[in-house]
Write a protein that binds this ligand. Structure first.
Ligand SMILES: C[S@@+](CC[C@H](N)C(=O)[O-])C[C@H]1O[C@@H](n2cnc3c(N)ncnc32)[C@H](O)[C@@H]1O
Length: 203
């Protein structure tokens, strides 16, 4: 099933299904990823707009997503929270944005959704639309080294694949070089299962 159909299917339930994770795990992570940002900032794979409460007032925000269903929820959240953000429907592998449109790009839990063959094209596009020297900040999952957490993730993986088209082990860092990007920072921000990658265009 295409990712667009997967997310159109789950859009109405997405926030409800994610609620426990949102409160226990994602909220602090979202705060970290937007800290210190200003200028033109893209929220790539904006989803239902879960990042909106954390958008810095200094930033001019744009959000894109492949799924009209998810964008409709994001639009509702934007109105409810009165968050200034321009929303577009676009495939992150081929957007209409001009070169260097953004000072920074943020992608939360987008790259764990993109299949292996789509990782490099998506990174190439982010490299094109982010200004040289601008940061691309990515949050994604990793499979824990802790035996119990690892076992739980292995059990959970088939549901995550079916419901979200996602995987815990995309290892996006392996595609950076081919996309002309380099790693500036990599660290775990929730146990050893959610990691932050900060990348930039290669010098
Ligand atoms: C797991 S959700 C994460 C949503 C949001 N960033 C968050 O943190 O809650 C992944 C989102 O990426 C979107 N997506 C998947 N493939 C995409 C693509 N090729 N281009 C743009 N968005 C895409 C999905 O529609 C979905 O809204």
């Amino acid at each position: 099933m295409s990712k667009q159909r997967t997310y159109n299917r789950i859009a109405r339930l997405y926030d409800l299904l994610d609620l426990p994770f949102e409160h226990l795990r994602y909220k602090p992570v979202r705060k970290i990823i937007f800290s210190g940002l200003s200028g033109q900032v893209l929220d790539a794979g904006v989803g239902t707009g879960r990042n909106m409460p954390h958008y810095p007032p200094e930033a001019t925000m744009t959000g894109v997503d492949l799924s009209p269903g998810m964008l409709a929820r994001a639009d509702q959240r934007q109105r409810r929270l009165q968050v200034p953000v321009t929303l577009h429907q676009a495939d992150i592998m081929a957007t209409d944005f001009d070169d260097h449109s953004f000072d920074c790009v943020v992608a939360t839990f987008l790259f764990c959704v993109l299949d292996a063959e789509h990782q490099t094209p998506a990174l190439v596009e982010l490299n094109r639309i982010c200004r040289p020297g601008g940061e691309i900040r990515i949050i994604e999952y990793a499979i824990s080294e802790h035996p119990v957490r690892r076992a739980i993730m292995r059990l959970w993986a088939p549901w995550v694949r079916w419901a979200y088209g996602a995987a815990f082990d995309r290892n996006t860092e392996q595609y950076l070089d081919a996309a002309g990007l380099e790693l500036v920072e990599q660290r775990f921000i929730h146990r050893d299962i959610i990691k932050l990658l900060v990348v930039r265009r290669k010098a």
